[in-house]
Design a protein around this ligand. Sequence first.
Ligand SMILES: [Zn+2]
Length: 161
Amino acid sequence: MNCEICESNENVVEFEVAPGYKLNICENCLNQYKTKNYNENHMQCLNNSMWSENPATKILIYKILKDLGWNDLLDMMYLEDKELAIANQEDVVLKDANGNVLQNGDNVTVIKDLEVKGAGKTIKRGTTVKNIRMCDVEGHVNCRVDGIGQVYLKAEFLKKI
Ligand SMILES: [Zn+2]
């Protein structure tokens, strides 16, 4: 598979730019986006990929063009209202106990015993939680804990592994 941003076929991964919006992207492009440290020569590829029909790709490109301040290209893009609303959302940056940025799909461990309100259960320190998700609850991630179910956990009590 090829990167939907620059067409490279090296180190291409699936990336979820917003819940339900996935695209294939190479690690080079993804890193630039995540660190906001762009190589403007490389990003000339957006001149072609901005015409993609994949909503996820359009959303990501819109965000990158905004980061770069390339308004001429931004003005030429066409996004549905819903896509535009997502593209204009500020990226939620959640950090774990060590200050590492957490992302959808990360695996973490819990750094202290956490009581699950209303369930009479405790998530023990050291529990591994897989595949966390960003959510609407401020400062929390959404995830599934074995033996407990779907819970919201405070990012500051987690450690990325
Ligand atoms: Zn790429």
